[in-house]
Every structure is written in C-alpha cells, then in structure tokens.
Design a protein around this ligand. Structure first.
Ligand code: UDP
Ligand code: MG
Length: 323
C-alpha cells in the first residue's frame, strides 16, 4: 500500500525542516511506500522556498502545492487531499504538535479495516479556562448539531481512500472539517494521545477567530438555530399577551396607578436586541447561501510540482511552474 501525508503550512519556515526530518525518519522505519504532500497556504515567510528545496532533495516522494494567497487551513487540507494519491492519507500539522510516532498505530488500525483513524489529544498544557470553555462548548453544541463533534478531536487523522474520495466529492464552499469528517461517517475509531506544545513558530488562532469558529460549528450543520428564533418569538408574544391582559385587568379593577415607563424601556430595548440577534442569525445563513451561489474555487494554485491546475497566466507558465 501507499501512504500519503498531507501537511498544510502557513508561515512555518521555523519548523518545517525539523518536521520533514522527523516524519521521514518515522516513515522510513515503517517500510511503507509513502509520499509527502505539502500545501503552502500563501505563506509570507520562507516556507515555500523550504518546501521547494525539500521537494528537490526528495524528488519522487515529495509533492507540493502553493496557493496564490492565504486561503485558510480548510482550503489547504482540501488541496492536499485532492493531490494525495495514496491508499490512505494522514492529515498532519507542520508544527510537530501531531506526533509522527503515532503513524504506526494509525496504520495498524487502518489495516484492521477502519476508514477513519482519529487521534484525540488531551488538554494538557492548555490554559484551564480555555479547556473549560471548550468542554462546555462541545457539550452545548452536540445538543444542537446533527453531527457528532468531539472535544480534543482535530484534523489529525488517517483517512482511507474511500473516506478521502467522499470528502473531496463534497462541493460546499464553507468547509467546517470537524463536521464534514463526522458527516461522511464510515468505520471510525478513536485513540488518545498526550498533547504536545508547538515546536516553533506561532499559533494562528486568535481569541476572536476561536469564537467565530465556534459559531461556524453551530450553524454549519443545520438550521436549528432558526427554529430557536421561532420558538423565542412565540414565547415572547405569548408573554406579552398575558402581560397585557393582566394590566388591563388591573386597570379595570383599580384604575391606572403607575406610569410604568421602566418596564416599557426595558421591553423595547430587550426586544430590539433580540430582533438584532435573530436578524444576524438569518443573515449568517443568507451569507452562506451568497458564497455558495458564487461557485468560486476553494483556492488558487500559484505553483506546484503535482497535478493541480495552476492559475498562472499561460505566457509565464514555462518559467514558473516546476513540474
Ligand atoms: N495553517 C494553514 N493555514 C492557515 C492557518 C494555519 O495551513 O491559515 C496550518 C498551520 O501551518 C499548521 C496547522 O494549520 O500546520 C495548524 O495551525 P496552528 O498550529 O496555528 O493551529 P493550532 O495547532 O494552534 O490549533
Ligand atoms: Mg499547532
């Protein structure tokens, strides 16, 4: 069998050399036929240069695709999956947070017939607040979404050819991989490993990006939040009707006493806020429809030594693509 390892890289010049060395060490010992697929996600440092050099040094076993700009990790993983030709594909980060030593175990489990072999990390070394928020988030979100999202499970996994073909065949523009992996199903097995710290460089996750990712997770996979909006509206309307009846009753019984402007302001502001939230929610879905209807490609390739079509103007192709 042949194994492909797909590695999305964005500004990883500091660690990519070390990563390449380690992974080749491990794969060499395993005595499987392998290829490495690096995807340079529009890095602004010397990452592409390093990858080119690696591809030249290890000619037949290294492929790379380089994007015209930063398209995000989801796009980079998709490009890698499209480029990979192996019977099984492993997705890995370039920062050595995904220990290459685990590949052997993944292969063993793959050989037992599993289509997805997932490595789940512990939360060791994470800030306590961050792991608590994550835990609560996953508990809440799993009540909502139709696919199972698991805490600690990321993109580090082995996929069989069947699973890869299934993933690549999903055409949507908004790709939320955690959900897609779970949506395709197939025979899945999970094992745990100890979390490792980044070997160099910096994480690309800011707090805001995490919050946005969380919202994506909630609305990427169903329209249930819209249903909640309907129920909230109905309950509020019911409450308002009851309140109005009560006020009218009180007025009839004892005459009008208090002006009640505090109640009025609170209700107006509260309802205004709620309406904004609901509008935003609807807007999110419409925004997604908008992006899907454009049918833009997930990424543009600037340079590759593989099979991906490049978008360099034809006149310059000879000089710039390296095949
Ligand atoms: N990455 C990418 N494109 C991006 C951001 C990240 O290809 O826009 C890659 C990055 O180079 C790394 C992996 O995705 O190989 C995980 O990124 P990072 O380590 O920043 O995320 P974390 O491990 O902190 O979740
Ligand atoms: Mg990382």
């Amino acid at each position: 069998m042949k194994l492909s390892v797909v590695v999305p890289c964005y500004d990883e010049e500091e660690v990519i050399g070390r990563f390449d060395e380690e992974i080749r060490g491990v794969l060499g010992r395993l005595a499987v036929e392998y290829e490495l697929c690096y995807v340079d996600d529009g890095s602004t440092d010397g990452t592409l240069h390093r990858i080119r050099t690696l591809a030249q040094q290890h000619r037949p076993t290294t492929r790379y695709v380089s994007f015209s700009r930063n398209f995000g990790k989801e796009a980079a993983m998709l490009a890698g999956l499209k480029e990979a030709g192996g019977d099984a594909v492993i997705l890995m980060d370039a920062d050595l947070q995904h220990p290459p030593q685990l590949i052997e175990k993944m292969l063993d489990l793959y050989q037992l017939g599993h289509d997805q072999v997932i490595a789940r990390r512990s939360r060791e070394g994470d800030k306590p607040l961050r792991s608590m928020v994550s835990k609560l988030y996953y508990r809440a979100v799993n009540k909502w979404v139709d696919v199972e999202l698991t805490d600690g499970v990321g993109d580090f996994r082995l996929l069989s050819r069947t699973a890869v073909d299934a993933l690549v065949s999903l055409p949507e523009y908004n790709r939320f991989s955690k959900g897609l992996f779970s949506w395709i199903g197939f025979d899945t097995v999970t094992f745990d490993y100890r979390n490792a710290q980044r070997e160099g460089g910096r994480t690309k996750w800011r707090f805001g990006a995490l919050v946005n990712y969380g919202i994506d997770g909630m609305i990427s996979f169903n329209s249930r939040p819209l249903r909640v909006a309907i129920y909230t509206g109905l309950s509020l309307a019911g409450l308002a009707a009851a309140y109005a009846l009560w006020i009218i009753g009180a007025a009839v019984a004892g005459g009008i006493t208090a002006p009640g402007y505090v109640t009025l302001v609170a209700i107006i502001v509260g309802l205004g806020g709620l309406q904004m939230v609901m509008l935003g929610l609807i807007g999110e879905y419409i925004g997604r429809i908008y992006y899907e209807t454009k049918r833009r490609p997930h990424f543009l390739v600037k340079e590759t030594n593989g099979t991906a079509p490049t978008h360099t103007p034809t006149a310059r192709v000879a000089g710039r693509t390296r095949r």
